[in-house]
Write a protein that binds this ligand. Structure first.
Ligand SMILES: Cc1cc2nc3c(=O)[nH]c(=O)nc-3n(C[C@H](O)[C@H](O)[C@H](O)COP(=O)(O)OP(=O)(O)OC[C@H]3O[C@@H](n4cnc5c(N)ncnc54)[C@H](O)[C@@H]3O)c2cc1C
Length: 281
């Protein structure tokens, strides 16, 4: 196996162009697991951990651009105000070691429907920046992930960064699992509440993370945006039902489709209640 370790971003893009089949690796918390279990045996590993540019994040024009090499621990420590939903989701990932090593760029690269960083990115309308020696393109995260563990990254491209509008109100993320840590989500739900809009996303209950667009439209109409009256139980219940209806879960070792739908309706109801109360407090 060949091991490439470029020192900067330009070198990384050139290495990927020269070795289109190379597997990029940052934390290795997915890549190395697949290799250890014999699920993959790359001819070339492209280690990106020396590319300092990927570890940077910055705020510009109301948006936040985060390099693909930013870890969960850093998202928790540094992005809690700008992306509280992503920080909440990051807290639920693995263990301290996995959060130190694993990156949000790696979660995007794996494109698992159960990736915990993904629902907050969908709910906030994030974009993903892909780069190659040919240039840069920016796609909505929904366009980037196209199926379970499938995305549109071309053979010569790398994920440079992702961007999202800075939080404009309360955000929530909840995850159901068999225990509190080191667990793949049975299902999850993210909510991003703004001045007069809201975004949602269901995790681990469809082939990709998925926005619950009818639930969003319903809440937009049903909530008292001007007066700030508490959300009624009927509104919360209907919102939960619409979120559950948007999912297309399967039965698997982690849970049944019916359980996932039920759990999602509860997560969504609670997320909306907590976020709305925080907005109107
Ligand atoms: C014990 C354990 C617990 C875990 N718990 C959770 C959990 O609770 N929630 C969760 O969502 N995940 C969990 N994971 C999975 C994993 O930690 C995450 O998916 C993490 O985000 C992967 O990041 P990484 O930097 O380690 O990626 P890597 O393993 O280095 O890479 C992952 C994928 O992304 C690609 N990639 C990485 N960087 C780039 C780039 N810049 N450009 C293009 N492609 C790139 C790689 O080629 C690979 O396909 C767990 C893993 C382990 C081993």
């Amino acid at each position: 196996m060949e091991f490439l370790q470029p020192a900067d971003w330009r070198g990384a893009l050139e290495a990927k162009a020269a070795h289109p089949g190379a597997t990029p690796v940052w934390g290795g918390t997915d890549v190395m697991v697949d290799m250890n279990f014999g699920r993959s045996r790359p001819d070339v590993l492209l280690d990106l951990t020396r590319v300092g540019e990927l570890t940077e994040w910055r705020r510009a024009d109301g948006r936040v651009r985060v390099g693909a090499g930013v870890s969960y621990s850093r998202a928790i420590d540094e992005l809690g105000e700008l992306a509280p939903g992503l920080a909440l989701a990051s807290r639920t990932v693995g263990s301290p070691q996995i959060r130190n090593r694993g990156t949000i760029g790696g979660n995007l690269g794996s494109s698992s429907p159960a990736g915990d960083a993904l629902p907050p990115l969908y709910a906030s309308g994030a974009t993903v920046e892909l780069a190659s020696v040919r240039g840069v393109r920016e796609l909505a995260v929904e366009e980037f992930i196209v199926g379970p563990k499938r995305n549109v990254l071309a053979e010569d491209e790398l994920i440079a960064a992702f961007s999202f509008p800075a939080a404009g109100g309360p955000q929530q993320f909840s995850k159901v699992g068999t225990r509190n840590a080191m667990v793949i989500a049975v299902c999850s739900f993210a909510l991003d509440l703004r001045e007069r809009s809201l975004g949602t996303c269901i995790g681990s209950a469809a082939p990709t993370p998925r926005r619950a667009v009818e639930a969003e439209a319903f809440a937009l109409d049903a909530l008292d945006w001007d007066g700030g009256r508490p959300a009624g139980e009927d509104v919360l219940v209907r919102f939960g039902e619409l979120v559950a209806e948007a999912a297309s879960p399967i039965d698997d070792v982690r849970g049944t489709a019916a359980y996932r739908r039920h759990a999602l309706s509860v997560l969504a109801r609670r997320a909306l209640k907590w976020a709305w109360e925080a907005r109107c407090a």
